[in-house]
Write a protein that binds this ligand. Structure first.
Ligand SMILES: Cc1cc2nc3c(=O)[nH]c(=O)nc-3n(C[C@H](O)[C@H](O)[C@H](O)COP(=O)(O)OP(=O)(O)OC[C@H]3O[C@@H](n4cnc5c(N)ncnc54)[C@H](O)[C@@H]3O)c2cc1C
Length: 500
């Protein structure tokens, strides 16, 4: 496994189970086709989409129904075997990285839509169903599922719930947490709990929001009830170029300050547009230092009004070029470049590392200047794409894992971006989660008291700590070992802020 040296890995704290006995017991619970045990079979599960971190599990169980999930969790609970739930493995924070002494519990085969109610506009689905497949199934009724991660063709709704995933259209329609009504969850000891309900306010404590974004640490999601929305009648997108990246950042802040909530508001810097254009042919202005994509959706009248209002603001803030999509095909073409940013990074560089900090929108320009300085400091290139409306950054650091020392420099570059995000009053993750990747940055974001509260929540659901151990919340011991100090949010001294 590739990881920074000298870091204690709390994930190895569990004693190794008797593998032969474990496999025999699992074989009694699931059919042979649902149990993977050889190295060749296990290799595809050694990492998620953050491939710098890899580890083989003892076995992979491909659960076919909830009864198997319950049986497998009960067994592992009794034997003290760690369990890592897995959806499609598209996570970008090594959340589904296996435990060397544990099993991976894949939910990918549980992908049925159990119920679709067009009148109540909701669907009940199994966790392995792909995000895009929900909208495809709902399309016949003029409905869709709004959160749209760029990975939506592959990622599962269970993974979306675990990460509280977002996407281009979440500025207007909310993250996963705003679009999930209820969950059915199996706890580590096999108990099934139901959270939320069809009514807006379910009785009891609000545990639904706690479970969403809990990164597979509290329970295994086996059923998800999602809200469906009517498809907007029409949508148009503005593609605007700016000669100065800070001006583009100011334009974003001005659009929101005007009380507009675009369906999407995304920013790409020149390095990113130049990487995607040869790949996708989206028609981007390659001379612009940055481009903004600002979408309006609704009825034709609403769209025209919002486009006119946004156009005026963007022009006032120095847009050097501005086009509005004139057809659905052109709208999709404009978005295709943004959606292809990650694959484009993979096309121009052997490896890339996607960061995920958030900052207050007004600091977008400052942050981009700070990242430019870091590119020089670490000698590595970076493409910048943002969910600008949410202040959610996705710098893509370009590196080559085969060049000695480049991965370590990349990790240090990424950690500095996240530290700067905290200092500017933001957070270390907008939507990709902490996973194994950002444990060190958690020590900077949160005080020891706050981390202890997170551990107490974990213990309440999973006292033995067997579900996805060593992820999302660092031990205080690990923070001490790393020597990463808690950074106070938004407490950057004023002169330091002015440098950016
Ligand atoms: C090209 C690309 C683009 C991306 N774009 C976006 C984007 O726009 N927005 C965004 O938010 N993310 C994005 N992602 C990240 C990723 O797709 C999301 O985090 C997604 O929700 C992960 O889903 P998955 O099914 O692949 O989960 P996995 O990677 O398999 O697992 C992720 C985490 O969820 C847990 N988990 C999975 N299933 C369950 C379950 N049933 N119960 C409990 N825990 C579970 C796992 O243990 C792990 O901690 C992108 C990734 C890639 C590769």
């Amino acid at each position: 496994m590739t990881t920074s040296a000298s870091v204690i890995d709390p994930a190895e704290d569990f004693p190794m189970a008797d593998r032969t006995a474990l496999l025999a017991a699992l074989a009694r619970l699931v059919p042979p086709t649902a149990l993977l045990t050889t190295e060749d079979e296990l290799r595809p599960y050694e990492c998620d989409a953050l491939m710098a971190y890899r580890r083989l599990p003892l076995a992979v169980v491909l659960a076919e129904d909830e009864a198997q999930v319950v049986a497998v969790l009960r067994l592992c609970h009794r034997l003290g075997v760690p369990v890592v739930a897995r959806g499609a493995g598209t996570g970008l924070s090594a959340g589904a990285l296996p435990h060397a002494h544990g099993i991976v519990l894949s939910l990918a085969r549980m992908q049925r839509m159990l119920h679709l109610d067009p009148l109540s506009r909701l669907a009940v689905i199994e966790p392995g169903m792909r995000n895009l497949a929900i909208s495809e199934a709902a399309a016949a009724h003029g409905l869709y599922y709004a959160p749209d991660p760029s990975s939506q063709i592959a990622c599962s709704i269970g993974g979306n719930v675990a990460e509280n995933s977002g996407g281009v259209h979440c500025l207007k329609y909310g993250l996963t947490v705003h679009n999930v009504l209820a969950l059915r969850v199996v706890l580590m000891d096999g108990e099934i709990i139901e959270l939320g309900g069809m009514a807006p306010d379910a009785p009891g404590s609000e545990l639904l929001a706690l479970m969403i974004g809990s990164e597979g640490l509290l329970g295994v999601v086996t059923r998800v009830t999602v809200r469906l929305l009517p498809k907007p009648r029409t949508a148009r997108v503005i593609l605007a170029g700016f000669a100065d990246i800070a001006r583009a950042g100011e334009a974003v802040a001005a659009v929101i300050a005007a009380g507009l909530i675009p369906a999407g508001l995304e920013l790409m810097d020149q390095a990113a547009t130049r990487a995607v254009e040869p790949f996708v042919g989206a028609g981007y202005d390659l001379e612009a230092a940055a481009i903004l994509l600002a979408e309006a959706d609704g009825t034709a009248e609403e769209v025209e009004e919002e486009i006119a209002a946004m156009r005026a603001i963007l022009e006032r803030h120095g847009a050097t070029s501005l086009r509005v999509s004139t057809s659905e095909a052109e709208r999709l073409k404009f978005w295709a470049g943004r959606k292809a940013a990650f694959p484009a990074a993979g096309r121009i560089s052997p490896d890339y590392y996607c960061m995920d900090g958030t900052i207050p929108r007004r600091h977008l320009g400052r942050m981009l200047n700070a990242i430019a300085a870091m590119e020089k400091k670490y000698g590595l290139g970076c493409l910048n794409v943002f969910h600008a409306g949410d202040g959610n950054l996705h710098p893509l650091i370009l590196y080559d894992a085969n060049v000695p020392g480049e991965l370590e420099r990349t990790e240090a570059f990424g950690a500095e971006i996240l530290r700067r995000s905290i200092e500017l009053g933001g957070t270390i993750t907008g939507e990709h989660g902490v996973g194994f990747e950002k444990l060190g940055s958690m020590c900077e974001q949160f005080s020891s008291d706050e981390l202890q509260i997170f551990h107490a929540i974990k213990r309440a659901f999973d006292p033995a700590g067997l579900l996805n151990p060593g992820k999302a919340v660092p031990t205080l011991h690990r923070c001490a070992e790393l020597g990463r100090m808690h950074v106070h949010r938004g407490q950057l001294p004023h002169p330091e802020l002015e440098r950016f």
